[in-house]
Ligand binder design. Structure first.
Ligand code: FES
Length: 152
């Protein structure tokens, strides 16, 4: 009988690392929630980021196949202790290689790449808001509030 999953996938599936939630409202937490249109699987990945820009905590919850669960579990281990830039550069191909995913399961690892990117983006958006809120004078006019015609 053909084995569907590599033992590394089974290991992450049976002993997933860092399952759970971080408080979404915490200002140092970024949340990424992504879905795979092809299969309907959903992955949530959250990071807590220190003032030094290093990821100190990672949690995930995945509603999906074994490869998706393993990919997110692996991703949480991989990015802990990384800077945001390093974490954003982790490619799904690396996960797929590490977990020996077959081509048909590549999109499961892509979900993990999308999730960490989305978590980073969420954190950065929050941070930018926080910084601009703390600024005096008030934030620069945005495109919407700027005059449509540039001064001559
Ligand atoms: Fe969809 Fe794996 S089958 S994430």
């Amino acid at each position: 009988q053909k084995r569907m999953y590599h033992e590394k996938v089974i290991d992450h599936y049976e002993n997933p690392r860092n399952v759970g939630n971080l408080p979404k409202g915490d200002q140092d937490v970024g949340t990424g929630l992504v879905g795979a249109p092809a299969c309907g699987d959903v992955m949530k990945l959250q990071i807590r980021v220190g003032e030094d820009g290093v990821i100190s905590e990672v949690k995930f919850k995945t509603f999906g196949c074994g490869s998706a669960i393993a990919s997110s579990s692996y991703m949480t281990e991989r990015v802990k202790g990384m800077t945001l830039e390093q974490a954003g550069a982790v490619k799904n191909t690396e996960i797929a290689k590490e977990l020996c995913l077959p081509p048909v399961k590549l999109h499961c690892s892509l979900l993990a790449e999308d999730a960490i990117k989305s978590a980073i983006k969420d954190y950065q958006t929050k941070r930018a808001k926080r910084l601009s809120a703390g600024q005096t004078p008030p934030p620069q006019p945005t495109l919407e509030t700027s005059p449509a015609v540039a001064p001559a």
